[in-house]
Design a protein around this ligand. Structure first.
Ligand SMILES: *Cc1c(COP(=O)(O)O)cnc(C)c1O
Length: 230
């Protein structure tokens, strides 16, 4: 077994154990492999080891990989910050966008999504850590944005995403993820049809699964440490 397929196998086991500790069915937790900074060949290797869904953070790099791997039937998720002048390639190369944080971006994605493609699946990114982290809407702004995004014709609002501040304090990790879950429960009580909590990464996926994550986004534990300089 290569390094990558061994790490992927270990991760699947780790997710299953976290699910079992939380009394959850592991089938309710999807694994998104975050391939940012890694070449298309690494994605191809993960795909041949059975991984189907991949996440990218940077528009140019992500679109290039989608095109280089078009022979494989992969599901691509855009998970990085998105500027309004770069929405068009994202609207048509990806199946999901996790990082909606303002209406203008959502409106552009909806207008630009090809009518022959299925609706773009989206999550709203929420800032659950307060002032320390800048990405995402505040919990106070979330309900209005969610209701408006849910009405856009070429998007399907699936749920919420968060990237809490890094901490090794498991109780703090859990409280941030619990907040995201409660926010989604509130939106569902208001009538929105949501099923996705995109939360948990290499260092905090156990806490995220304990609090109800349905999609963990994992890079380092699959591909190894990233080298941004190269
Ligand atoms: C890079 C990244 C990840 C993966 O982080 P790891 O710690 O490498 O698992 C997950 N989500 C987002 C939004 C990221 O940018």
């Amino acid at each position: 077994m290569s390094g990558l397929s061994g790490r992927l196998q270990n991760l699947v086991t780790r997710i299953a154990r976290a699910a079992s500790d939380a009394g959850r069915d592991p089938a309710g937790i999807r694994l998104l492999a975050v391939s940012k900074t890694w070449p298309a060949e690494a994605v191809r290797e993960a795909a041949s080891a059975g991984q189907h869904a991949f996440g990218e953070n940077y528009v140019q790099e992500g679109v290039a990989k989608v095109e280089a791997l078009a022979d494989l039937k992969l599901e691509w998720h855009f998970i990085g910050p998105l500027q309004s002048n770069k929405t068009r390639p994202v609207a048509n190369s990806f199946a999901w966008v996790h990082s909606i944080d303002r209406l203008k971006i959502a409106q552009r994605l909806s207008e630009q999504r090809d009518v022959f493609l299925p609706p773009l699946q989206v999550c709203i990114q929420v800032n659950v850590s307060g002032e320390e982290s800048k990405s995402g809407v505040s919990p106070a702004e979330l309900p209005d944005l969610a209701k408006t995004v849910a009405e856009l014709p070429r998007l399907k609002l699936r749920g919420l995403m968060t990237i809490p501040e890094p901490t090794s304090d498991v109780a703090l990790q859990r409280s941030r993820f619990a907040m995201l879950r409660q926010l989604m429960d509130g939106l569902r009580a208001d009538g929105l049809d949501l099923d996705t909590l995109s939360m948990g990464m290499s260092d905090d996926l156990e806490a995220a699964i304990a609090e109800g994550s349905t999609m963990v986004r994992v890079g380092t534990a699959i591909f190894g440490a990233r080298n941004y300089a190269s």
